[in-house]
Design a protein. Structure first.
Length: 372
């Protein structure tokens, strides 16, 4: 995808531009001026890494992934080689328990003062005292759809405001030929299914999780693929008409289609029954080789203009209060990016799963994807 290639290109260009004598230069704390970042694909503005490099002289290698499961595998294996990673809060909470992260020296992140206290309070439920992580972006998981194709199938787009369009076979079957994508992550999909069934989305009860899995199995024949990043392009080019995905990704797809002037009209909804709200965290692995550079990078991302630039580019809300007035008016007034209170009241966060529950999630997800 365009933005993924762009971020990888940034890393390559910085590596090429900072060879020779710069390799020996020292950054904060006498460290080599190097920083290795691992983040979601399509999740940073074009000028953020170059701006940090210019301001600090620190050479950045920026790698990308498309699911928390991929990141967690590397972190738990140890010696990941990364200095800053960006796990989602529920994964982050259990990774703290596993001793994966460095406890933050907050004196080295003065821009923490810019963060929204309400966001910090909510995050503290899984990171007590906000000791190990800093929020980067926040968003929702909902429904992306092709306006014209949904209207053609149902007569209007009203049904796209409900999870019924996804979980009722009589509805989703109408969309089989125009392309349906679900996120390839059980950590998102199973809690959504639980919530739709009226169950606690935090439940680890095997019987209830089986009910959620059975619900997704019932719609499996109509799902074209499971993917956690590809749907951005496929929604934008019209080859997918319905996707359960992350808010900013779907809004990016909408904007790409508009820029391409290809006649594809993409929209995003937060279903009326309620939807997940999540927070992605900036954290430093305990075995990071360049922690001082990591502190500098995290602090840089919390500068109001930098945070606003990232939001303007990727269309996810950021938790930096002073950045909000700097965000494009169209974005900060978009209720799918900054949800109003009545919508936010129906949202839920993800639970920290035990290893046993994780194994059950993985088994159930394999069964769903393989159609067993």
């Amino acid at each position: 995808m365009k933005l993924r290639l762009l971020t990888l290109g940034i890393a390559a260009s910085l590596l090429a531009a900072c060879g020779g004598k710069d390799d020996a230069a020292q950054g904060p704390g006498g460290e080599e001026k190097v920083l290795n970042v691992y983040n979601y694909s399509d999740y940073i503005a074009e000028d953020t890494i170059p701006g940090f490099q210019e301001q600090t002289g620190i050479r950045v290698t920026y790698d990308v992934y498309d699911s928390d499961e991929v990141l967690e595998t590397k972190l738990l294996a140890g010696s990941s080689g990364y200095d800053v990673v960006v796990p989602t809060l529920n994964f982050f909470g259990r990774q703290i328990q596993a001793g994966v992260f460095l406890k933050l020296d907050k004196s080295k992140i003065p821009n923490l003062a810019n963060l929204d206290p309400k966001v910090m309070e909510r995050i503290a439920s899984q990171d007590p005292g906000n000791e190990y992580g800093v929020p980067y972006m926040m968003g929702t998981t909902g429904i992306g759809y092709n306006v014209d194709k949904i209207t053609e199938a149902f007569g209007s787009t009203e049904i796209a405001d409900s999870w019924d369009i996804v979980f009722k076979p009589e509805n989703i079957s109408k969309l089989k030929d125009c392309g349906v994508t679900l996120l390839d992550t059980p950590a998102d999909m199973l809690p959504i299914a639980l919530h739709y069934l009226g169950e606690d989305p935090h439940s680890s009860d095997p019987e209830k999780l089986q009910k959620a899995a059975d619900l997704i199995k019932s719609i499996r024949p109509y799902v074209q693929n499971f993917h956690s990043s590809q749907y951005v392009s496929s929604l934008a080019n019209g080859s997918t008409c319905l996707a359960v995905g992350w808010s900013g990704d779907i809004i990016q797809a909408r904007d790409r289609a508009e820029e391409a002037e290809n006649g594809v009209n993409v929209a995003y909804s937060i279903p009326k029954e309620g939807a997940p709200q999540w927070f992605d965290m900036l954290a430093i692995p305990a075995d990071a080789k360049h922690p001082e550079n990591a502190y500098a990078f995290i602090n840089y991302l919390l500068e109001p203009q930098v945070a606003a630039n990232n939001t303007n580019y990727i269309h996810y809300a950021n938790p930096v209060s002073a950045a909000t007035p700097l965000v494009d008016e169209e974005i900060r007034n978009d209720p799918t990016i900054y949800p109003p209170e009545d919508v936010a009241a129906k949202m839920f966060t993800y639970a920290i799963n035990s290893p046993e529950t994780d194994k059950l999630y993985t088994r159930l997800w394999t069964e769903i994807k393989t159609g067993r």
